[in-house]
Design a protein around this ligand. Structure first.
Ligand SMILES: Nc1ncnc2c1ncn2[C@@H]1O[C@H](COP(=O)(O)OP(=O)(O)OP(=O)(O)O)[C@@H](O)[C@H]1O
Length: 320
């Protein structure tokens, strides 16, 4: 449990709790989040160090909150009720070491579902397991009520599941058009129709179809990667940290594009490190911690949940 809440960037541990605790602590939280410290308060060097006792008490409090959250199991209905049902999944990379420890996730037609949580919580592992890249050790995985557990990734693509990995998700030496052709490799005859659809969603891809993907910015490459996954006309799109490494402006563009893709009829499961913004645009979210479900609810519920704010969002949960 000692790692809980030690997230990157947006997943600041505990800053929110400190902000609640009073003016001085609030400044401490702001300083931790990289914000400006107001005039007339103690210098940062005096504020940041906590006594060992305070740190232990705070850590015990966090662990208590997390334990309570994890006691509540996630109730689900029949597999047929969902587009995707991942139920009590246990999975991992190394024999004998589980990264997912029984986590559950559902996706209903038309939804955008977010997976957030601290570094190493198993978010990417969950999405890779759903896409058949990591074997399931225990638990069930269904698509429209039919088991897809154990199916390889290419079978999932044929069944309408698209996946955009976090990194190395375009072929830089190929043009945009060639990248999209790779996406349609299972249905080459549908290329023109699908390219038209994708270029309507991402006009840049049509306009610059002959440009090498390697010449594009990080945000533009994400468009190519998403566009490529859309070439197979998926009903479910799995996105692994699509805004990672992007400037705030490009992050926002990616979020807007995800909404557009969703409005075009594609249901989305996305892992995100920009937890606050992702919860604002998603329908529902799951907070994973140590490969287990910690909190779940609508994006608004999670953004306003004091425990989620304290454990995972910090002061960032309170901004508009
Ligand atoms: N290929 C791999 N082989 C062995 N262990 C791995 C592999 N990939 C990830 N892990 C381990 O699995 C755990 C969960 O990693 P995962 O990438 O799913 O976390 P995450 O929640 O997505 O975190 P992050 O936000 O840091 O990407 C980590 O302890 C990580 O070291």
């Amino acid at each position: 449990m000692s790692e809980s809440g030690t997230g990157n960037g947006e997943l600041e541990p505990k800053a929110g709790a400190e902000a609640e605790a009073g003016a001085e602590a609030g400044v401490k939280a702001e300083a931790g989040a990289g914000s400006k410290v107001e005039a007339g308060v103690k210098p940062e060097a005096e504020l940041i160090p906590e006594s060992a006792e305070e740190a232990v008490v705070a850590q015990e409090h966090r662990e208590e909150l997390l334990e309570q959250a994890m006691e509540e199991s996630v109730e689900v209905g029949d597999p047929g009720d969902y587009l995707v049902l991942a139920k009590e999944l246990v999975a991992g990379y190394v024999p004998g070491v589980n990264i997912l420890n029984g986590c559950t996730l559902t996706l209903t037609e038309g939804e955008v579902v977010a997976i957030i949580g601290p570094n190493g919580a198993g978010k990417s592992t969950l999405i890779k397991t759903i896409f058949g890249l990591i074997p399931i050790r225990e638990g069930g995985l269904t698509l429209r009520g039919v088991s897809i557990a154990g199916l390889p990734a290419h079978s999932l693509v044929e069944r309408g599941v698209g996946y955009v990995p976090q990194t190395q998700n375009v072929f830089p030496s190929l043009t945009i058009e060639e990248n999209l052709q790779m996406g349609a490799y299972l249905r080459p005859k549908a290329f023109t129709e699908r390219f038209t659809f994708v270029a309507e969603l991402f006009p840049l891809l049509g306009e610059r179809r002959k440009a090498k993907a390697g010449s594009l910015s990080g945000g533009e490459r994400q468009m190519v990667a998403m566009g490529r996954a859309l070439m197979m006309d998926p009903s479910v799109l799995l996105l692994d940290e699509p805004t990672a490494g992007l400037s705030p402006l490009y992050q926002e563009e990616v979020f807007q594009r995800v909404k557009q893709v969703n409005e075009a009829g594609v249901s989305v499961i996305m892992v995100e490190q920009n937890a606050r913004r992702c919860l604002q645009i998603c329908d529902r979210g799951y907070v994973l911690d140590q490969g287990r479900n910690a909190y779940t609810g609508t994006g608004a519920d999670l953004l306003n949940d004091p425990n989620v704010i304290e454990l995972y969002l910090g002061t960032l949960g309170k901004k508009d």
